[in-house]
Write a new protein. Structure first.
Lengths: 102, 140
């Protein structure tokens, strides 16, 4: 499991951990279903333990983000490491999400 | 230093991506490449290889992708080749990273990352093979 999802006060919290390489991202497509269903709420993705992300992983993030804007929710990304931050910069993803560091 | 070479052949099955990461990481570690560069090289090469695995061969047919790594004092070169359908990934239009989430297409990020990470990306179709050559300068 890459996305561990639980409900919290104002929405959904997903702890994202491990490596989101291509095969892992394909499997994780199922895992993000509950987030897509609750995309009218605030979705927090805690990426503190996310080590690696490929374009297929980025696509999952974008899918969640698109669903949130369609349903009126929002997506907050927490604790991304410097390497993943670089990938977010290179792809312009940095501007698509609300990114917070604790 | 004499150039060092290593190679890896993988089937067109994305489940083998972890083997590819291990190959790239080992090759870079042995050359004492900076950790942060190693991570981005790993990403660029995964994107290029997955692209071949996904599109070079008709769905359901077996094919292979060959990854050759060459290191000299200054440059790391990765040559990714296959004998599938001729396809130039570099010909794809650049991703517009300024678009809003609503307007961003879901695809095209892979080759975009390859171009961003590598110092040169060159595609050739020679002797029935797609050959993509990726270079990264490590010591200018």
């Amino acid at each position: 499991m890459i996305f561990n999802i639980k409900e919290q006060n104002e929405g959904m919290l997903a702890t994202v951990s491990g490596r989101l390489d291509t095969p892992a991202s394909v499997k994780a497509q199922q895992e993000i279903e509950p987030l897509l269903q609750n995309a009218d709420k605030v979705i927090t993705l805690d990426c503190g333990d996310l080590e690696y992300i490929s374009s297929s992983g980025l696509r999952l993030f974008l899918t969640i983000r698109k669903e949130a804007s369609a349903k009126g929710g929002k997506v907050i990304i927490k604790n991304i490491n410097d390497e993943i931050k670089k990938v977010f910069m290179m792809t312009g993803f940095f501007n698509l999400f609300e990114i917070v560091t604790e | 230093m004499k150039p060092v070479e290593a190679s890896l052949t993988l089937p067109n099955d994305i489940e083998t991506v972890p083997q590819l990461s291990e190959f790239v990481e080992t090759f870079c570690e042995e050359r004492m490449v900076d950790m942060s560069i190693t991570l981005s090289l790993n990403l660029a090469i995964e994107e290029a290889v997955v692209n071949v695995m996904s599109y070079a061969y008709p769905a359901g047919t077996y094919g292979e992708v060959l990854v050759k790594a060459i290191a000299d004092d200054k440059v790391l070169t990765f040559i990714i080749s296959d004998n599938g359908i001729p396809f130039d990934p570099t010909a794809k239009a650049d991703v517009d990273t300024s678009l809003s989430a609503e307007d961003r297409p879901i695809g095209g990020l892979g080759i975009h990352l390859v171009k961003q990470i590598m110092d040169s990306v060159d595609y050739q179709y020679t002797d029935g093979r797609n050959v993509l050559t990726l270079k990264k300068i490590i010591h200018p």
